[in-house]
Design a protein around this ligand. Structure first.
Ligand SMILES: Cc1cc2nc3c(=O)[nH]c(=O)nc-3n(C[C@H](O)[C@H](O)[C@H](O)COP(=O)(O)OP(=O)(O)OC[C@H]3O[C@@H](n4cnc5c(N)ncnc54)[C@H](O)[C@@H]3O)c2cc1C
Length: 652
């Protein structure tokens, strides 16, 4: 009986509809995230849970990847994750004694082909002589790190959405970052966006998935899931305008919701933000949790924060506010953008993917066909052979997981570092005069084999938390228009917390207008927070949950959730969903605990230990050193790291 109900339900949800996706096993693996620890390999977990001991295929986990150049690189794929876990578990130890010698020597090897690694290569080559060489190693099938995109083909139209890194800000015209943008061809950072093309009155649509643009015009909805009472749930459209009148909550909660979402709570208790990083206010904030700050500052209750605000607080640090330093909410603001409220925020169709592509085009012009312009890199094709061309000063080697970087001799005397990387089933070794570790804390601490105790202890205080970005392609969004909303937020057990339409920047082949008939991609950002547990435990538990659920189960939950929320407005999952891509980022966000930024108990902040000086011929980059996940910090950390190499390491 229950099976039958399930089958019927699946059909209605469109689980068997002919969306373009890979074939999956019909298995259902129930994740028990609570019991999972980071030290357990997902391979083991899935094997344990496979029915009849059968094998789970990587495609069951990766799911549909879309079309185009990013189709085999949605988030950390099974292959990337498996190599990473082998590195962590020491599974390469034996084989690494006998790698294939490539015979190559580079002036610099950069580990990590995200924005920080690409920037490090650019800085290095721009500041060294014309004969200097640089190799970037990255473990994904395509460069960009968290700045990648998904592409769908829906009814003949190409749709693009970000996998992770999304927005950028217009910088002060002559600032370092503005000049950097210009140097890669981002000369006009203010983009043009789609205009309204609907037959009805124009609806309020933002430029990014984070604007909550419809809130101020009443075109926004809050959904209270089944656990608030009525099934499948209750809508509160125009929550602030309607004063939460229809919300199925107590009077006290209604008041608290209104205080917060109307802005009255912050108006009544304005907070003087830090003026610069390290001032008294910022140090105070770093000494308490974000949850404590919201309780003290805005008079909110702990329960309210955990139910209605977490885990969105902290500038996207992934975890519950109780696990984060209060300074996490302000760290981004220290890089002041240029322009009035909202004006400075910009976003390409695929997020900061375009910035990564501009950087690659600058490093290796033949690696992307076409002109070195926004349209050029958006429409151009990646030439994989040219990326790692032997005559190029800059080379980008993909599908290569660095598993060991160590000095040939003692760090002070060594003239070279030896780099071993895994590509497929084989290990390779090469040499470099210097190395920039731009891959992130969670791998760097394993890769640098001779890392001293102080740096090792510092990295052990970097906690990164998971995030799954689910991109859902829809044939149209008439159901949202019918409800009179362009975005919504939900509370309860649902997957993720919010979604929002966006007007795309009209770069590349993006249509110039948007209407309810337009196919669109809605991004559901899934964060995992477990208030009450430590920063480390929350991250581990979330990762455990995220990596043990196969694509099909997440797909079912997404379809069910959309059906619960939107069927009443005419949405039909089997008809309206054109494709779903999951991007699983196991170590998406650095989640800074109190003391992360400015130290604790008289000890230096962990990031300062790593930033302070090179370790022999090795320097450290990646945005996580800033404690704030933002591509501008990726660039600035790369600049600092390369400056250290040139000032203190490279002598010829
Ligand atoms: C969901 C999400 C949303 C975000 N939104 C924004 C946003 O809107 N705006 C913004 O500015 N920032 C955003 N960020 C932050 C994002 O981290 C930065 O913008 C930036 O993309 C990070 O670049 P990076 O090079 O520092 O790190 P990464 O992008 O993580 O790049 C590191 C690369 O090194 C690889 N690597 C690691 N170890 C090894 C190894 N041993 N061998 C080979 N390769 C290795 C990694 O797999 C990765 O490809 C977001 C992040 C996430 C996860």
């Amino acid at each position: 009986m229950s099976n039958r109900r399930n089958v019927v339900g699946d059909r209605a949800l469109g689980m068997d509809s002919s969306i373009t996706r890979r074939d999956f096993l019909g298995t259902t693996l129930v994740a028990s995230g609570a019991a999972l620890l980071d030290s357990v390999s997902p391979v083991q977990l899935l094997a344990e849970k496979a029915p009849d001991g059968g094998a789970i295929l990587p495609s069951d986990w990766n799911g549909y990847g879309g079309v185009g150049e990013y189709a085999d690189s949605n988030g950390n794929t099974w292959e990337v994750l498996t190599a990473g876990h082998k590195l962590r578990d020491g599974a390469y130890e034996e084989a690494s004694r006998n790698p294939v010698e490539t015979g190559e020597t580079y002036d610099c090897v950069v580990v990590g082909g995200g924005i920080s690694g690409l920037a490090a290569a650019l800085f290095f080559l721009r500041q060294t002589g014309p004969s200097a060489t640089c190799l970037i190693l990255d473990n994904h099938p395509i460069f960009g790190g968290e700045a990648k995109q998904n592409d769908f083909e829906v009814d003949g139209q190409r749709l693009t959405a970000h996998q992770g890194s999304a927005i950028y800000f217009v910088q002060y015209p002559r600032s370092f970052l503005a000049q950097f943008y210009e140097s890669i061809g981002l000369n006009e950072p203010r983009l043009e966006y789609q205009k309204w093309g609907g037959s009805g009155p124009e609806m309020t649509i933002g430029r990014t998935p984070y604007d909550s643009a419809g809130m101020s015009t009443g075109q926004y909805g809050f959904w209270f899931g089944a656990q608030f009472g009525p099934k499948p749930g209750v809508w509160q459209i125009d929550p602030v305008g309607r004063k939460f009148a229809e919300a199925p909550v107590s009077e006290a909660t209604r008041k608290e919701l209104l205080r917060w979402y109307s802005g009255d709570a912050s108006k009544a208790a304005p907070f003087t933000s830090p003026k610069y990083e390290g001032d008294e206010v910022s140090r105070y904030l770093d000494s308490i949790t974000l949850e404590e700050h919201y309780i003290r500052q805005y008079g909110l209750s702990r329960e309210f924060i955990r139910t209605y605000l977490s885990p969105d607080l902290g500038g996207g640090s992934g975890l519950g506010a109780d696990a984060l330093s209060a300074y996490a909410d302000y760290a981004f603001e220290m890089l002041h953008p240029f322009g009035g409220e909202g004006e400075a925020v910009q976003m390409f169709p695929g997020g900061n993917t375009t910035i990564a592509r501009l950087m690659v085009k600058t490093l290796v012009p033949s690696a992307i066909s076409g002109e070195a312009t926004l349209n050029g890199v958006s429409l151009g094709k990646v030439n994989r052979a040219a990326l790692d061309g032997k005559d190029s000063r800059a080379r980008i080697r993909l599908g290569a997981t660095a598993i060991s970087v160590r000095h040939d001799n003692s760090p002070e005397k060594s003239e070279f570092v030896s780099v071993v990387y895994a590509a497929g089933d084989r290990l390779f070794r090469l040499r470099a005069r210097s190395a920039v570790m731009a891959g992130g804390s969670w791998t760097t601490k394993h890769v640098v084999r001779d890392l001293p105790d102080a740096q090792s202890a510092a990295y052990s205080q970097f906690f990164r938390s998971p995030c799954m970005m689910a991109n859902v392609a829809l044939r149209n969004w008439r159901f949202l228009a019918k409800m009179g909303i362009t975005g919504c937020r939900w509370f309860g057990d649902g997957l993720g917390n919010y979604l929002e339409l966006r007007r795309m920047a009209t770069v590349g082949d993006v249509p110039k207008t948007i209407s309810p008939d337009s196919p669109v991609v809605l991004t559901v950002k899934v964060l995992y927070s477990y208030p009450g547990l430590s920063t480390e435990e929350q991250g581990d538990r979330g990762r455990g949950e995220m990596i043990t659920v196969p694509f099909r189960d997440y797909e079912r939950r997404i379809r069910q959730q959309f059906t619960d929320m939107f069927a009443q407005a005419g949405f039909a999952a089997d008809r309206d969903i054109a494709g779903i891509i999951l991007n699983r980022w196991g170590h998406a966000y650095l989640s800074p605990q109190p003391g992360f930024f400015f130290g604790k108990d008289g000890k230096p902040a962990p990031r300062e230990v790593l930033r302070a000086a090179p370790f022999g011929r090795i320097v450290f980059a990646n945005t996580d050193l800033a404690g704030a996940m933002d591509h501008r910090f990726s660039i600035l950390e790369a600049q600092r790291a390369v400056a250290q190499l040139l000032a203190q390491v490279i002598t010829t």
